[in-house]
Design a protein around this ligand. Structure first.
Ligand SMILES: NC(=O)c1ccc[n+]([C@@H]2O[C@H](COP(=O)([O-])OP(=O)(O)OC[C@H]3O[C@@H](n4cnc5c(N)ncnc54)[C@H](O)[C@@H]3O)[C@@H](O)[C@H]2O)c1
Length: 439
């Protein structure tokens, strides 16, 4: 069993402290608020949360939980400290790191006087780069020690929801943490190993980012549901009924499908259907903020790719894929076709390798080139000779993933600008002449 200090006895801190003690760990809770300290030491919960009172009174009675404002005592008598102080918005909307920084100062000063190894694990919600930019420098300055070497360092976000916090603690939807050293990684792995959830061990910044994505995604979902509800009501429909049927689709709607960062959406359905629902909303006098923003953001993603290609300075660009996705020759509203068309307008020579569009022309399919209204002389630009195209191109755009092209493209990307809009290889990130649109 571990000895753990928890800094900040707020909603997150007190629930973790109580659950850790319930699991048999020795826990010291630290706060600057004398009322909260007194309450815990009296075996009472300082917040209202289902089931918490019982946990705290038992943990205190069993001698597994105590509270204090004495930082040195807490550091000396534990091996790991969790930091769960508030991070309210600063006036400009940025994350407020004042309390986190204060705690890091206090912990750093106490670490200076402790010889044994100790890990500091931040649990507060902080934007990517905060551990490295604020917490670690403060801890190192105050302790005179080096993070990851003389003391352990980790970031381990909390995802619990108030009112079901204890339930969430034992049945989390997601576990992720970053650790600079093996000791901290082991403590966090051991603490989580019996929970019914995969453990994602990543770098500090990725863990910080995942926490923000979790909360902002929840916010976007609520906003989307509300927007649909508003449009549905204006059409005389029950918005909750619509959303309840929609979310029963776990194949496409409640799934990772369509949640893979990359290039713009397109094709014969999504753009026109977003436009039509937005139009209907406008007709009904409903402002569909998200639908408006969706089309704007999609256009911006095409412009982003355009800028990436232009940055290469290439006068001749080879496209791998032009249809709106692999496995089809459908060019209707393909963002790759839009991108190719814009580059051509700017005087850039574009050649295209797309086996499906090519096949449609080669076999004289009546719909060959279907939906293309942006690329002049498409048949003349198509080529089945990938090697020659890659050889001549000053830059390559990887638009669609075709297994047979991957090895060649990976090789080319070592020496020639390659703009990857789909991802050739999950392990590959922007580096040198290779640039992924979102990685
Ligand atoms: N509330 C939630 O449901 C929830 C869920 C997940 C993550 N989070 C994140 O966890 C963090 C904590 O949130 P919360 O709602 O528990 O905060 P909270 O405001 O309820 O509690 C913060 C506690 O920290 C204490 N504190 C401030 N300075 C201190 C110091 N120098 N030393 C010791 N204690 C100090 C405060 O007195 C307070 O008791 C935030 O970053 C929040 O975004 C919150």
């Amino acid at each position: 069993m571990a000895k753990i200090s928890v800094f900040g006895i707020g909603y997150v801190g007190v629930v973790s402290a109580a659950c850790l003690a319930r699991d048999g760990h020795q826990v010291i809770a630290v706060d600057v608020d004398p009322g909260k300290i007194k309450s815990i030491n009296a075996g009472q919960t300082p917040i209202v949360e289902n089931g918490l009172d019982e946990l705290i009174s038992k943990a205190v009675a069993d001698g597994l939980l105590e509270a204090t404002d004495d930082v040195q005592y807490a550091i000396d008598n534990t091996e790991v400290s969790f930091v769960a102080v508030g991070t309210p918005s600063a006036p400009d909307g940025s994350v407020g790191l004042v309390y986190v920084d204060d705690v890091c100062k206090n912990i750093g000063a106490a670490l200076k006087n402790k010889d044994a190894y100790h890990s500091v694990v931040i649990r507060s919600t902080i934007v990517p780069g905060s551990c490295e930019g604020t917490c670690i420098p403060t801890l190192e300055r105050e302790s005179g020690k080096t993070a990851g070497v003389d003391f352990g360092m980790g970031y381990y976000p909390e995802f619990l929801r108030e009112s079901t916090a204890i339930e969430d603690y034992y049945d989390p939807g997601l576990i992720v943490f970053g650790a600079m050293d093996e000791g901290t990684a082991k403590i966090l792995t051991d603490l989580n190993k019996d929970l019914p959830c995969d453990i994602n061990v990543v770098d500090l910044r990725t863990a910080e980012m995942v926490k923000y994505c979790s909360n902002t995604w929840r916010a976007v979902k609520v906003t989307y549901a509300n927007e649909i509800g508003n449009i549905a009501k204006a059409c005389g429909l029950d918005g909750q009924k619509v959303m309840s049927i929609l979310t029963s689709d776990t194949k496409a709607i409640i799934s990772p499908y369509f949640m893979r960062p990359g290039f713009a959406f397109g094709g014969s359905c999504l753009p026109k259907d977003v436009r039509a629902l937005r139009h209907l909303a406008r007709e009904k006098g409903i402002k569909a903020h998200l639908l408006e923003a969706t089309l704007e953001a999609n256009e911006a993603q095409i412009q982003r790719a355009e800028a990436m290609v232009e940055k290469s300075g290439a006068k001749e660009v080879g496209f791998v894929g032009v249809a709106f996705k692999p496995g089809t020759d459908d060019l209707r509203e393909s963002p790759l076709a839009t991108l190719a068309g814009r580059l051509i307008e700017k005087g850039i020579e574009v050649k295209i390798f797309d086996p499906y569009v090519q096949e449609a022309y080669d076999t004289h399919t009546p719909g060959a080139g279907r939906g293309n209204d942006v690329i002049p002389n498409l048949p003349g630009r198509l080529t089945g000779d990938l090697d020659a195209m890659l050889n001549d191109a000053g830059a390559v755009v990887v638009g669609n993933y075709y297994e047979s092209t991957v090895a060649k493209l990976e090789e080319v990307s070592k020496s020639r600008p390659v703009v990857d809009l789909t991802r050739l290889n999950k392990e590959k990130v922007s580096d040198g002449t290779y640039e992924g649109i979102c990685w």
